[in-house]
Every structure is written in structure tokens, then in C-alpha cells.
Design a protein around this ligand. Structure first.
Ligand SMILES: Nc1nc2c(c(=O)[nH]1)N[C@H]1C(S)=C(S)[C@@H](COP(=O)(O)O)O[C@H]1N2
Ligand SMILES: [Mo]
Length: 302
């Protein structure tokens, strides 16, 4: 059994914002035209009906107040939200390089205007066994991949987070980590329709602690695959090394798919607890996205 302590800010279930309120608020804001240009772009993204199940939707204060973003704080999930003051997210550009016909430096504002932005509600499962249900705004990674035309020998994507010790207090608190944070996906995983580049949550631009202004979300994988604050995307032939695998290769593999039957060496992955209520539930194979992703795997991936 895992012993769970209840952080002070956790509320009883009765206090959680009902989904109705969240939806009404968005509709009201949109109708009243109260949103700035930035907010409007994110807010008017249509919800994809295939990913509209708001059952157990995490209240916004919890998804934006309990974060793993080691660049902001390497240990305290409730402090990340208060440590983003120095982190400059505008303007933002990212570089696409490596095995592509059209390498390019992208301006984020430009790509936001051109890409088919949509909102999707996805379950989100951290390897540490906490879980959320979050409305993300963004576009499929496949859209960008098609645009840069990968060469035939491009088999993986490598993602890199901004390397800014002066803007990220957590980098100085944990100098022994293999910064900058880096992650990767196999080409077919990145092309999978579920894999998203995300620029917003709850109909608003991404807060810094959630990975502003551009992050990955792969809902069938443990949360650490969802790299934040991306400045570089490189197409490679070989499987790229990853931050967590470098730190502890026996515990964090490249694939890191959510598999309740495969325990972490130090804990079971069979169950999860929802933030902020602490409600426990069974973890689903591929976090419930089996029908979309099972075909890519043979069960031996780690
Ligand atoms: N650059 C960067 N990306 C990161 C992390 C990080 O520390 N740095 N933490 C990861 C982990 S462990 C998780 S669980 C998710 C958390 O995302 P959230 O804070 O939006 O819930 O971000 C992932 N992406
Ligand atoms: Mo995580």
C-alpha cells in the first residue's frame, strides 16, 4: 500500500468546481467578448467531440497549481506556479532541424494562426501515480511533421526545453540534472492522431508552470514524456536519449507507456489518485487510449 499524505490545499470532493460552472463560464466569456486577442485565439478553439468527456474534469486551480516543472522547482509541485516570474515566453520561436527537407525556425504566433487549433479533454497520468483530466488546446504534432517533410531515414523526434538558468530557478537548485530537459518520440508515435502540441489549457494560454508557451501532450504515456517549453525539435535516425532515462535508466524507459500491469521498480502502477480529491481509481492500459495506440506496440516496449 502506498501511504498518502494530504497536502493542505487539497479540498474535499464537495468543494471541487463542478464541470457545469467551467463550461458556462467559458460560454459566457466568449459571448460577452471579454477575451483579449491571445485569450480569444485559445478560447475559440472548437472542442473535438471525440475527446469531450469531462467526467472527473480536474478543476483549473488544481491543474495549474500542482505541477512537475523541474526548471521552476525540482521538488515542490505547489511552488512551481509562483516561480515563473523571470521566465520570458514572448516572443517564442523554436527550431526544427535534422533529417527533414525543410528545416525551419518557427515563430510560435505564426504557427498558432495557421494550425487547426482544437480543444481536447485528455486523461493525464504521472508516473508517480497522480492523475488529472485536463482540457488542452493545441494541434496534432502530425501537422507540423508533414510541413517539414521528414527524410526517409528520420525515425525519431527529439524535443528540447529552453536552457535558461537565469530564468529557471529550479535549474540552479538542481545543477546535477542533465539539463536542458529533453525527450523523444518514435515517428509513428508522433504521427499518431492523439499526439498534440499544446499551447493552452482551460481555454486560456498555457500558464508558465504548465509548460508555456508550447509543450507536447501524449496522453497514453506517463506525464514526463509531455515535455514543456520546447525550443527545438530534431528529426533523428537513432532513438534519442531522454532526461529521465539518463537519470535512472532502470526506472524510466524511452517508451514509458502507461501500463498498469508493469509495476515501477519502487511502486505499483495498478491504481492512481485524482488531483485534487485524492479519489483512487484503477489505471487503464495505455491510460484508456488502447484503441488508438495499441497497434503501434508489441508489449515489450519499456
Ligand atoms: N521541461 C520539462 N518538461 C516536463 C517536466 C519538467 O520537469 N520539465 N516534467 C514532466 C512531468 S514529470 C510531468 S508529470 C508533466 C506535468 O505536467 P503538468 O504540470 O502540466 O501537469 O510535465 C512533464 N514535462
Ligand atoms: Mo511526472
Amino acid at each position: 500500500m502506498l501511504i498518502r499524505t494530504r497536502p493542505g490545499w487539497e479540498l474535499p470532493e464537495s468543494a471541487v468546481t463542478p464541470e457545469k460552472f467551467y463550461l458556462n463560464r467559458r460560454q459566457l466569456l466568449a459571448a460577452a467578448g471579454f477575451l483579449g486577442v491571445e485569450g480569444l485565439m485559445a478560447d475559440t478553439a472548437k472542442r473535438n467531440p471525440e475527446f469531450a468527456d469531462a467526467t472527473k474534469l480536474t478543476p483549473e486551480f488544481a491543474a495549474t497549481g500542482y505541477n512537475n516543472f523541474y526548471e521552476l522547482h525540482p521538488t515542490d509541485k505547489e511552488k512551481a506556479k509562483d516561480l515563473g516570474d523571470k521566465f520570458i515566453t514572448e516572443p517564442w520561436s523554436f527550431e526544427v532541424s535534422g533529417l527533414v527537407n525543410k528545416p525551419k525556425k518557427y515563430d510560435l504566433d505564426d504557427i498558432r494562426k495557421r494550425m487547426p487549433m482544437e480543444e481536447r479533454i485528455y486523461r493525464f497520468r504521472c508516473v508517480e501515480t497522480w492523475a488529472m483530466v485536463v482540457p488542452w488546446t493545441g494541434f496534432p504534432i502530425s501537422q507540423l511533421i508533414k510541413e517539414v517533410e521528414p527524410k526517409p531515414n528520420a525515425k525519431y523526434l527529439r524535443f528540447v526545453t529552453a536552457n535558461r538558468p537565469d530564468q529557471f530557478p529550479g535549474m540552479k537548485m538542481a545543477p546535477f540534472y542533465p539539463w536542458p530537459y529533453h525527450e523523444g518520440l518514435r515517428m509513428d508515435e508522433a504521427m499518431n492522431p492523439l499526439a498534440m502540441f499544446v499551447t493552452g489549457i482551460y481555454g486560456k494560454p498555457l500558464p508558465k508552470q504548465n509548460g508555456a508557451p508550447l509543450r507536447v501532450v501524449t496522453p497514453w504515456k506517463y506525464g514526463y514524456k509531455s515535455i514543456k517549453a520546447i525550443v527545438k525539435i530534431e528529426f533523428t535516425e537513432k532513438e534519442p536519449p531522454t532526461f529521465w532515462n539518463k537519470l535512472q535508466s532502470s526506472e524510466y524507459g524511452f517508451y514509458s507507456n502507461v501500463e498498469p500491469g508493469k509495476p515501477h521498480p519502487r511502486w505499483s502502477q495498478a491504481n492512481e489518485r485524482l488531483i485534487p480529491t485524492g479519489e483512487r481509481q484503477k489505471t487503464l492500459q495505455y491510460n484508456g487510449y488502447e484503441k488508438y495506440v495499441a497497434g503501434m506496440y508489441n508489449g515489450k516496449e519499456f
